[in-house]
Ligand binder design. Structure first.
Ligand code: 0O2
Length: 248
């Protein structure tokens, strides 16, 4: 009885032939609808491109604000407070990882609402006092709204991490609208930046044995303390150099 239900070789070939013809038909249809497919892709990518472009524009605005302050202070104090500015729009993978970690829906609205560092601007100064001076000048601008401030210079992280973090909102002006966009500004000295990039490398190294990792972590905390003390001493030297000039 069971044997009677087995398809014959002819039936199998016929079935395979039908499937092959169906496959060709589907493939031809896809090729035929290529335009529609492109439109569909464009329709869903368009809003995402606009969304990220807002953050690129906000970065441009923020960089300009710091470049203007740098120019002004260089004339006033005969030296540039800013050594360099590094900016980035957070990549899609990191945003997704943050959404998952925070248990948030994967929508543009949730990203805009909850992820504060999509636009990131890192301002590197030589001296600690310049960090606070620049932050004060930025925050007193009437189009800048402070959302959150974290001072990891006065209160370093247990890892030794130091930087001043500002989450601010600034307007960008588009064709027919003004849009407020959040930017994370990290202000740090050259020494803080040097330390943070090395520590960041260690954080993402997977193949270091636990004991070695503990040792390197302790070593980094020690380096952070030395670097903080170096920043203070360099600041004091600069203040001593500038003091007689400022008195005259
Ligand atoms: P990436 O790739 O550097 O941008 P939140 O962003 O508010 O959800 P959190 O932890 O409150 O999260 O933010 P926080 O403490 O202000 O720190 C955010 C960023 O500061 C990090 O970004 C790092 O750039 C930097 N940072 C904070 N702590 C450390 C640290 O211990 N070592 C180093 N090297 N950098 C640090 P991301 O999101 O990690 O990624």
């Amino acid at each position: 009885m069971a044997e009677q239900n087995q398809p014959t070789e002819f039936e199998i070939r016929d079935q395979a032939d039908k499937m092959a013809r169906e496959l060709v038909r589907i493939t031809q249809n896809i090729a035929f609808d290529e335009e529609a497919l492109l439109d569909m892709v464009q329709e869903s990518i368009g809003p995402v491109e606009h969304f990220f472009s807002n953050y690129t524009c906000a970065i441009m605005e923020m960089e300009t604000k710091f470049k203007v302050l740098n120019e002004w202070f260089s004339l006033k104090y005969d030296g540039n407070p800013i050594e360099s500015i590094k900016s980035r729009v957070k990549d899609y993978d990191s945003i997704m990882r943050k959404l998952i970690a925070k248990n948030l829906p994967r929508t543009l609205e949730a990203i805009e609402e909850n992820i504060n560092d999509i636009a990131g601007v890192r301002v590197i100064c030589s001296f600690e006092e310049d960090i606070y001076r620049l932050a004060r000048c930025l925050l007193q601008q009437d189009d800048v709204t402070l959302i959150r401030q974290k001072d990891y210079i006065r209160n370093p992280k247990p890892s030794g991490y130091r930087s001043l973090h500002l989450i601010v909102s600034i307007p960008i002006f588009l064709e027919n609208e003004k849009k407020d966009v959040k930017v994370e500004v990290q202000l740090r000295t050259i020494a803080m930046d040097f330390w943070a990039s090395l520590e960041h490398k260690l954080k993402y190294k997977k193949n270091i044995p636990p004991e070695k990792m503990e040792e390197l972590t302790r070593e980094l905390v020690d380096c952070a303390n030395i670097s903080a003390s170096l920043d203070k001493r360099m600041q004091n030297i600069r203040n001593s150099i500038l003091a007689p000039e400022q008195e005259t």
